[in-house]
Every structure is written in C-alpha cells, then in structure tokens.
Design a protein around this ligand. Structure first.
Ligand SMILES: C[C@H](O)CC(=O)SCCNC(=O)CCNC(=O)[C@H](O)C(C)(C)COP(=O)(O)OP(=O)(O)OC[C@H]1O[C@@H](n2cnc3c(N)ncnc32)[C@H](O)[C@@H]1OP(=O)(O)O
Ligand SMILES: NC(=O)c1ccc[n+]([C@@H]2O[C@H](COP(=O)([O-])OP(=O)(O)OC[C@H]3O[C@@H](n4cnc5c(N)ncnc54)[C@H](O)[C@@H]3O)[C@@H](O)[C@H]2O)c1
Length: 309
C-alpha cells in the first residue's frame, strides 16, 4: 500500500515535492548487508520481507538480527527492560522471510536489492520483478560499484529506479548514499531520501558514477595498501596499525577488506579493471585473486587476509 504526501523541500524553497511514504519493504539478499538493512528497517517500524535463495541463510539472518537487537535493547533500555522487550518483539514481528521474491513484491512499496555484486544476476532479478511488482513500487540497488543505469536497464521503470548504498555494518554506519540516474524521477529520489531519513541515517546525493562518493575514494586506497604489501614494503599487520594509529581509522585496510568481503572486493575490482584496463589503479592483485580462489572471503568465511576461527 503506498501513501503519497506533500511536503516543502528545504532545498527547493517553496516548491511542493511528492514522495511515496514507504511502509512495506522487500529486501533481497540475506547476507551481511541485506540482514543489516532489514534490521534497521524493522526497528524503525517498517514491515520487512527478507528474501534469499536459501532458507538456511534466511534463518541465520533472522537469528543474527535478533541477537544484534538484543544487544541494542540491553544498552538502550537498560533502565526499562519491559519497554526493551516490547521494542524487540515489535521489531521482530516486522520481519518475515521468503525464498520467492516474485510472490512477495505484490504488496511492497520498495525493493532494496543486496545480492551478489554481479551485473547480469542483478539485471535478471530486477527484470523478473519488474513484471510482477505493482506500478508504484520503487526499485533500489545497494550495489557497491555497478552502474545503477545499467542495472535499471533490465526494467521498464527507469523513473522508479535508484540507488541506496548502505555501509557495513548497516546498524552502526550512519551514511546512506542516494543515487539518481538521469531517468530517476524527482518523486523517486525524494522517496529514497525520505526513507533513509526514516531509518535514522544521514544521506548524501550521488551521481551514478563508478563507486559513487565513498567507494571511489575508499577502493583505490585499499588497493594501494594491498599493492604495498605485495611489493613487500610493509606487513599487513604494520599497514593496518599504521592507518589506525596514524590516521585514526577504526580499521586498517586489510581488516576492512576482510570485513567487507574479499569476494565483493574482487567483484568490484574486476568490473573496474575491465572498464579501465589501462588504469594501474585498478590493476589485478595476485594476492586478492589467490585468496578468493581459495574461498577465503574474509570474516564471513572465517579466513581472508587474517584468520577468524
Ligand atoms: C564496500 C561497500 O560498498 C561500502 C562499505 O560498507 S565500506 C565499509 C564501511 N565500514 C567501515 O569502514 C567500518 C569500519 N569499522 C568500524 O567502524 C568499527 O570497527 C566497527 C563499528 C565495525 C566495530 O567497532 P568496535 O568499536 O571495534 O567494536 P564494538 O565495540 O563491538 O562495536 C561498536 C558499537 O557498534 C555496535 N555494533 C558492532 N557491530 C554491529 C552489528 N553488526 N550490528 C549492530 N551493532 C553493531 C556494537 O554493539 C557497539 O555499540 P555501542 O557503541 O553502543 O557499544
Ligand atoms: N559487504 C559490504 O561491505 C557492502 C557494503 C555496501 C554494499 N555492498 C553490496 O551489497 C551487496 C551484497 O553484499 P553482501 O556483503 O551482503 O554479500 P553477501 O555475500 O554477504 O550476501 C549476498 C546474499 O545474496 C544472496 N543472493 C545471491 N543471489 C541471489 C538472488 N538471485 N536472489 C536472492 N538472493 C540472492 C546470497 O545467497 C547471499 O546470502 C553487493 O552488491 C555488495 O557489493 C556490500
């Protein structure tokens, strides 16, 4: 069910802007990002359906959401355990799961896609959903590095398609990049901005350029660190310590790569190096390729640059 509202947009003086008030959200991909987005959306009063191809992944995601929310409740409601329990119950009641995206998008206002970082797979998903989702439903991708325009091209709702780029861990990181393509309508863009606000996030507006703002700056830095390590100019431990203590970053580049997922890092790298074969900034990394080939994707598989077991 979609609600339309009018409000005065501060940036546009007195012009009235319409946006879809998003109540029902379908989140596709129950991995680290999808589960995090689901947690935040459910705890801010949205009805969330989390979709993945595999029931076990979904059960693990729900367990993770509950565990995280219990931690939040313990701190936030330390003096009011009953209110905390109520908050937890309400948030968990807002989450349902499904392995069939087509059947659950019928009643949804917004689809947020957080599946594998692969253009063809994302296009296939959205192309299929476009045929069954209601006309008003907005589609958004959480892609790290792909063009929103390219992903949207598999649908007939270019005006109702944008990017919502969250950061890992979603419940903690306060930013959402909101991306408009040249076809995204103002109403869609405003709806995505408003949704981000409802989630308690700060948003920035981005053009549909590779890596948007954050990843266009972050990835070259991480890749430079990997190349420094490959040259033997610093150990990964020392590089991590240097960037944490020298720059005040919460994680060094190797810890952060393991946290993001080396498979995702490689998907990003491969896409950008194919598009820019002559740019040394995006040159292939032997170490990264080897770790991914060995299934060492970082924290989520128990080993990446470091071991977590
Ligand atoms: C590549 C992509 O496209 C884009 C990206 O996402 S790039 C990656 C962006 N993310 C980053 O840069 C993360 C950098 N790292 C950090 O900010 C911090 O190391 C961290 C927040 C992950 C962990 O912080 P740290 O202080 O070491 O651990 P910890 O004390 O356990 O956690 C801090 C707080 O976050 C909470 N938290 C940590 N992980 C959480 C999770 N998954 N869910 C909910 N809450 C979580 C903790 O409960 C704690 O809350 P409190 O402050 O109320 O006590
Ligand atoms: N990891 C990060 O730090 C980060 C941050 C921002 C954005 N992203 C982006 O978010 C997306 C997901 O990243 P992640 O780290 O959560 O990955 P992940 O590997 O943890 O999870 C991806 C999930 O998608 C599921 N999936 C794959 N194909 C599917 C399909 N067709 N239908 C339904 N489910 C499907 C997988 O089973 C898996 O559970 C990627 O596009 C990534 O680039 C990642």
């Amino acid at each position: 069910m979609a609600f339309f509202t009018h409000h005065i947009c501060r940036g546009l003086s007195s012009s009235a802007v319409r946006h879809v008030v998003i109540k029902n959200v379908t989140i596709i991909g129950g991995g680290q990002m999808g589960a995090g987005i689901a947690q935040v959306a459910a705890s801010t009063g949205h009805a969330v359906t989390l979709v993945d191809t595999n029931e076990d992944i979904l059960k693990k995601a729900v367990k993770g959401i509950e565990g995280n929310l219990k931690r939040v409740v313990k701190k936030k409601f330390a003096d009011k355990p009953e209110a905390g329990e109520e908050f937890l119950q309400k948030a968990m009641q807002n989450v349902s799961i499904s392995t069939d995206a087509g059947s659950v998008v019928q009643g949804t206002d917004l689809v947020v896609e957080a599946i594998v970082e692969n253009l063809k797979v994302k296009q296939d998903l959205f192309g299929g959903l476009d045929k069954v989702a209601p006309a008003h439903t907005i589609f958004a991708s959480n892609t790290s590095s792909l063009s929103i325009t390219d992903i949207a091209s598999s649908t007939n709702r270019l005006d109702r398609f944008g990017g919502l780029h969250f950061f890992n861990p979603v419940p903690v990181m306060r930013l959402v990049e909101v991306i408009a393509t040249s076809s995204t309508s103002q109403e869609t863009f405003d709806s995505l901005l408003n949704f981000s606000k409802m989630l308690g996030k700060t948003s920035v507006s981005c053009k549909d350029t590779p890596g948007f703002i954050v990843n266009r700056l972050l990835l070259p830095y991480i890749l430079d660190a990997v190349r420094m390590y490959e040259r033997g100019d610093g150990s990964k431990e020392d590089i991590d310590i240097a960037m944490k203590l020298g720059c005040g970053y919460p994680m060094g580049p190797f810890e952060l790569s393991d946290y993001v997922g080396l498979d995702t890092m490689k998907f990003i790298m491969d896409g950008w190096s194919a598009a820019n074969p002559d740019n040394p900034m995006f040159a292939q990394s032997e170490v990264l390729n080897k770790l991914v080939a060995e299934g060492k994707f970082g924290k989520k598989t128990g080993e990446g640059f470091y071991k977590y077991k």
